[in-house]
Design a protein. Sequence first.
Length: 209
Amino acid sequence: MINGQCYILSHAKFGEVKDMKDKLPKGILENLSPGEEVLYAIRKKFSLEAKPKWLVVTDRRIMYIDEKILGRYDLTAIPYEKLELVYVKVGKVSSEFLIKKEDGNEIKLQRMDKDEARNAIEAIRDALNEIAVEPVSIERKKHLMSEEWIIHKPKEVVSRSIRMEARRTVSRKEEDPLEKLKKLKELYDMGVLSQEEYEEKRKKLLEQI
C-alpha cells in the first residue's frame, strides 16, 4: 500500500502533447506506449521528501510514480484489465483516493483536493467506458459530513479489451511479423499478458521470420 501525508498537492490537465511533455516527469514519458494518451495527472509532494509523486490516468492504464534523486524512480502501472475498484471518500476539506488491483494491492492517496479527486475518478470512468461492453458509472453515496464515490470495473472490460488488442496484434495475418512482435511487447509491458503468455506468442512469431 502506498500511503502518506500530503504537503503540496497540485494537478494539471493535459489537452495538448506539448503541454504534457513540458509537465510530466521523465519516468512517465519513458514508459508511455506508442499512441498512449494522458487524460489526467496529479502531482503530489510529501513534507519530508525532495521529489514529488505522480498519479497519471491514461487511456490504457493508471500510473503511479515515486520520483527519487539522481533520476531514479519507482513506477506502478495498473492496466484497466487488472483494475478492481476505485474508491473516493470526500470530506468537507479533503478527500481520500484508493485504487485497488485484482490481486488486492492498493494505491492510496490522502488529503486530496475535492475537485482533483472528482476529475481523476471521472477520467478513469471515461477511459473504462472506451473499452467496456456496458456503460461504467460512478456510484455516489452522500452522508451528513462526507460523500463516497465508487467505480466497480465490470468483467466485460477484460474480455472485450483483450479481444480488441489480440485482433490488433496476433490475429492480423496480413501484418508483418516484426510489427506483431512490437505490439506483442506493448501488451506485455502494459500487463495484459503474463510472461509465460508473452514468451509463448513471441516464440511462434519468431518462427515466422
